[in-house]
Design a protein around this ligand. Structure first.
Ligand SMILES: Cc1cc2nc3c(=O)[nH]c(=O)nc-3n(C[C@H](O)[C@H](O)[C@H](O)COP(=O)(O)OP(=O)(O)OC[C@H]3O[C@@H](n4cnc5c(N)ncnc54)[C@H](O)[C@@H]3O)c2cc1C
Length: 382
C-alpha cells in the first residue's frame, strides 16, 4: 500500500493550505457569525482553480484525483466548514451529474462555467416529504409543448440561492413505466430566472451558517428537452452514483473538523494552567487527546482508502459509506471533547471551537444520515 501523496496531490494540498490561511480563515468566521454565505471567498477559490478539481481539463477543470481533493479538503475544512461544505457540494452533486450524464452541449453550457469557478453548482433531491427515502419524491415532470413541465418543492438545497448560483440540477418523478408499473425518475437542469422557479429565504441551521441552504419551489416550470440530463427513467440511479462521491468528500470534511479540534485542544491544553500546571499534564486530559488522535487517524485512513478506490476505478460505494459513517462520528465526538477541554471559553460562540462544535452535527445528517450509511454497509455485507 502506498500512503504517500503524489507530487501533484501534495502541490494541490499546499495551494489549498495557502488559500485557507490567507483568504478563508481571516474572513469566514465573520460571515458565519452574520449568517452570510461568503461568495467572494468561493469566487477566489474559483480563480485559483479549486472549483473544478474533479472535472477533466477538457471541460474547464483541473482533473485532480479524488485523493488530491481529500488532501485539499483537509486544509480548507480546517479553516471554515461552511465554505468547505459549499465547495464539496458544488464539486460533487453540483457538478458531477453534468460530467457523467451530460451531452457535450450540456457540458459546454453548464459544466464548463462550474468547473472554471464562474458559477456555483447545486443539486435538489430532498423534499418536505422525502429525505432518506429518495424514491418517495413528489416533484413531477411531465411532457408538455415539446419539453417538460416541472411541479414540486425541494427542501434544504445548498448553493442554489447565492449571487453566484446558476440554478439547480434536480431529481423529478416521471409517469410510471407502462409495462412494469415501476416508478421512473429523471434529472433536469433548471436555470435561475426560469418562470415558476422561486427561492425561499435562507434557512438558519445550528451550524454551517455560511452555507446558503433554502427551500425551492417549482410551479409549472417549463424546460426544453435540452435540460433533461441523461436517460429518462435512470435519474435515481444516476444521482445515487454521484452521491457516493459526495460521501467521500463529506468524510474528508469530517476529518478536517476532527483534525482542527485535535490541534486546537492540544495547543490549549499545553497553554492553560489550572492547579499550578498545564491541563495536558493531567492524564484525564492527555488520554482524551490520545483517543481523539487515534480516532482521527482511523477516520482519515478510511477516507483516503475510499478515495483511492475511486481513483483506481474500483467499486468504492461501500468504502465511501464506511468512511462517512466513521469520520462524521469522529468529528462530532472530537468537537464535544474539544469544547470540554476548552471549558467555558469553548462554549462561547466567539471561539473557533464553539463554531466547529455547531458545524459538526450536520456531518451525521447530510449526504445520507448515519443510519443510511449503515443501511448501505449492511446491504454490502449481503
Ligand atoms: C444544511 C443542510 C444542507 C443540505 N443540503 C442538501 C442539498 O444540497 N441537496 C439535497 O438534496 N438535500 C440536502 N440536504 C438534505 C439532507 O440530505 C437530508 O436532510 C438528509 O438526507 C435526511 O433527510 P431528512 O432530513 O428528510 O430526514 P429523514 O429521512 O426524515 O430521517 C429522519 C431520521 O430517521 C432516520 N431514518 C430514516 N429512514 C430510516 C431507516 N430506513 N432506518 C433507520 N433510520 C432511518 C434518519 O437516519 C434520521 O435520523 C441538506 C440538509 C441540511 C440540513
Amino acid at each position: 500500500m502506498d500512503l504517500e501523496l503524489s507530487q501533484d496531490e501534495a502541490a494541490l494540498a499546499d495551494l489549498a493550505a495557502t488559500i485557507a490561511r490567507r483568504e478563508i480563515a481571516p474572513a469566514a468566521p465573520a460571515a458565519w457569525a452574520a449568517g452570510r454565505c461568503p461568495v467572494e471567498i468561493l469566487r477566489r477559490m474559483g480563480e485559483a482553480g479549486l472549483l473544478g478539481l474533479l472535472v477533466p481539463e477538457e471541460w474547464g477543470g483541473s482533473g485532480a484525483t479524488t485523493v488530491g481533493f481529500v488532501a485539499a479538503m483537509e486544509q480548507i475544512g480546517r479553516a471554515d466548514q461552511s465554505v468547505a461544505a459549499a465547495w464539496q457540494a458544488h464539486s460533487t452533486i453540483g457538478s458531477l451529474p453534468l460530467l457523467r450524464f451530460g451531452t457535450d452541449d450540456q457540458r459546454d453550457r453548464w459544466l464548463r462555467p462550474l468547473a472554471e469557478g464562474r458559477v456555483l453548482g447545486a443539486f435538489g433531491l430532498t423534499e418536505p416529504e422525502a429525505g432518506s427515502d429518495a424514491s418517495a419524491i413528489r416533484t413531477r415532470a411531465a411532457r408538455a409543448d415539446g419539453g417538460w413541465i416541472i411541479n414540486g418543492r425541494k427542501m434544504f438545497i445548498s448553493n442554489a440561492g447565492t449571487s453566484m448560483s446558476f440554478g439547480v440540477t434536480l431529481l423529478a418523478r416521471l409517469d410510471d413505466d407502462e409495462e412494469t408499473g415501476r416508478a421512473q425518475y429523471a434529472n433536469f437542469v433548471v436555470e435561475k430566472g426560469t418562470a415558476g422557479f422561486t427561492l425561499g429565504p435562507k434557512l438558519n441551521g445550528i451550524g454551517w451558517k455560511g452555507l446558503d441552504t433554502r427551500e425551492l419551489a417549482f410551479d409549472d416550470v417549463w424546460v426544453p428537452d435540452g435540460n433533461l440530463l441523461g436517460s429518462p427513467g435512470r435519474g435515481l440511479s444516476q444521482f445515487l452514483s454521484v452521491l457516493a462521491v459526495g460521501r467521500i468528500t463529506v468524510a474528508a470534511l469530517s476529518v478536517s473538523l476532527a483534525a482542527a479540534m485535535l490541534e486546537m485542544s492540544t495547543a490549549y491544553a499545553r497553554q492553560r494552567r489550572q492547579f499550578g500546571r498545564p491541563l495536558i499534564e493531567n492524564q484525564a486530559i492527555a488520554f482524551k487527546l490520545a483517543d481523539m488522535a487515534t480516532e482521527l487517524e482511523a477516520a482519515r485512513l478510511l477516507t483516503y482508502r475510499a478515495a483511492a478506490l475511486r481513483d483506481a476505478g474500483q467499486p468504492f460505494e461501500h468504502a465511501a459509506a464506511m468512511a462517512k459513517l466513521k469520520a462524521s462520528r469522529t468529528a462530532v465526538d472530537a468537537a464535544r471533547e474539544a469544547v470540554q477541554i476548552h471549558g467555558g471559553y469553548g462554549y462561547m460562540l466567539e471561539s473557533d471551537v464553539a463554531r466547529f462544535y455547531c458545524d459538526a452535527k450536520i456531518l451525521e445528517i447530510g449526504e445520507g444520515t448515519s443510519e443510511i450509511q449503515q443501511l448501505v454497509i449492511a446491504r454490502g455485507l449481503g
